[in-house]
Design a binder for this molecule. Structure first.
Ligand code: AMP
Ligand code: MG
Length: 476
């Protein structure tokens, strides 16, 4: 069956986007294509590579597509920008698949009316990073937008580091509705547009709600985002740029820029070169989540109650409930990671004390080596820390709490392989110079995160100390 597009966003939400044409890439070349994803969604993309490269870079219009750029605003590092929007992205339309409706969006596909000073382009390295990390997140079971392809445009573009190859990532998302989408219309006092967006978002993501139930929408989004951030932190993910325009109402991880995974555990870890205050540090992510959700609540206020004081009171009660909800979600993530079943009042302290005991040690390896510890072999875990005494004391408490299935539970909840920073860097650098081998090997490894560590030591071990502290640059 040929690929068919629908355009419900454009149909239902006039005035929230602009029709825009992608740039014609001079020499599109398919760098990586996610055939497994296409197949799992029954997307008929069996064309030859050149056709796919032409379509998925925007050089040749995909049959049935109607490219648009979406309007949105956003708080970036706490400061409000009333107009951001898709400055380098084109939404081609929605693909209706057996697994639901997905936006197909191109990123890096040229200037739009929202580009401001930008060139509308993207570099190959950051687009491959989005592909790799989103594949890893999906394999880890974390809700995320998906990457369908990366296409090199055949054009060099200017970045801080000089001229680099340009590329487009084609991604599938449950939708591209962001907290910043609501803020765009709230800032303009366009209540009817907010109403239309609420109804659309509910129909698309939370169809059990009535179309005008703004408060129900807020609660549903909160629940998904709380779960999402708890899952991020469980795998040691630092998003790096949790601006309100990078937070999706669908509850998917979106916009992979300067993101990275923890190696040594320190709650204050920041990777992004532009996050000098540590606003988006590892352990700050739940606080930022609450802050972003308060911006969403603010945009929804007129729809929560006609009486503003009452609307504020209702919203504040909801916001106060986020922190306890996050603690609960985090405790559930930690119970799974520690391999403990059921509930015990002492579990929260057990979880906190483990994190304290492994401070400075590798996050991923420490949790994974709990499996061997549960089998009576704690040596690898103890070797992770400089002072093993507190960890030994903790192990005694933990062992008393374990059931017979603990080792298997731990191995299924704690990855052996994550996209290690030094390997990501190595893979992207090589790819930028035309050598895809390291990228392909790393991609295969991160797609099987819970598999055995044996025989994959090159992917499971932390960076050598010579790698030094890791700094990421905004994904441009
Ligand atoms: P991001 O940091 O990727 O989430 O982007 C923040 C905002 O900047 C969005 O409105 C983007 O569309 C815009 N933007 C980022 N890079 C570019 C670029 N190269 N050209 C035009 N707009 C851009
Ligand atoms: Mg963004």
């Amino acid at each position: 069956m040929p690929l068919t597009f629908d355009h419900s966003y454009a149909r239902d939400l006039p005035g929230t986007f602009l029709a825009q044409t992608p740039a014609r890439a001079p020499a599109p070349r398919l760098v990586v294509f996610n055939a497994a994803l296409a197949e799992s969604l029954a997307l008929d993309l069996t064309q030859d590579d050149q056709t796919l490269a032409n379509w998925l870079s925007g050089a040749v219009p995909m049959p049935g597509s109607q490219p648009i750029a979406l309007a949105y605003a956003g708080h970036q590092f706490g400061g409000f920008s009333p107009q951001l929007g898709d400055g380098r992205a084109h939404l081609l339309g929605e693909l209706v698949t057996p697994k639901g409706r997905f936006d197909l969006q191109l990123k890096g596909s040229g200037r739009t009316a929202f580009s401001r000073g930008g060139d509308g382009k993207a570099a190959l390295g950051p687009m491959l990073r989005e592909y790799l990390i989103s594949q890893a997140m999906a394999a880890l079971g974390v809700p995320t937008t998906r990457s369908l392809a990366v296409v090199a445009t055949g054009e060099d573009i200017l970045r801080d580091t000089g001229m680099v190859p340009g590329a487009v990532v084609a991604r599938l998302a449950a939708s591209h509705i962001r907290v910043g989408t609501f803020q765009f219309f709230a800032a303009r006092n366009e209540i009817d547009q907010i109403k239309a967006l609420v109804a659309y978002t509910i129909a698309r993501h939370y169809p059990h709600l009535a179309p005008d139930d703004a408060l129900g929408l807020f609660d549903a989004v909160t629940a998904r985002q709380v779960d999402l951030i708890a899952q991020w932190m469980g795998v040691g993910f630092v998003h790096g740029v949790m601006n309100t325009d990078n937070m999706a109402l669908s509850g998917e991880t979106i916009d992979y820029g300067p993101c990275a995974f923890l190696d040594a555990y320190d709650p204050a870890t920041v990777f992004s070169s532009i996050d000098r205050q540590g606003r988006y540090a590892f352990a700050n992510q739940p606080l930022i989540l609450a802050w972003n959700l308060s911006r969403l609540a603010q945009a929804l206020l007129p729809l929560i109650d006609a009486d503003e004081a009452k609307a504020v009171e209702i919203a504040n009660a909801r916001l106060d409930a986020i922190d306890p909800a996050f603690r609960q979600a985090w405790l559930e993530v930690m119970r799974r990671k520690l391999g403990i079943e059921g509930q015990d009042p002492a579990d929260a302290a057990l979880a906190d004390d483990f994190c304290t005991a492994i401070t400075g040690a590798d996050w991923t390896l420490s949790f994974r080596s709990l499996a061997a510890a549960a089998e009576g072999r704690p040596e690898a875990l103890l070797a992770q820390v400089s002072d093993p005494a507190p960890l030994r004391a903790w192990l005694t408490r933990w062992q008393a709490r374990l059931g017979p299935d603990a080792p298997a539970l731990i191995r299924s909840a704690n990855p052996a392989v994550i996209p290690r920073n030094h390997l990501v860097e190595q893979a992207l650098t090589a790819a930028t110079h035309g050598e895809m081998g390291p990228f392909t090997a790393l991609l295969a490894a991160v797609q099987d995160p819970f598999g055995p560590e044996h025989g994959r030591e090159g992917f499971t071990l932390p960076a050598p100390s010579t790698f030094g502290p890791y700094v990421t640059f905004c994904g441009t």
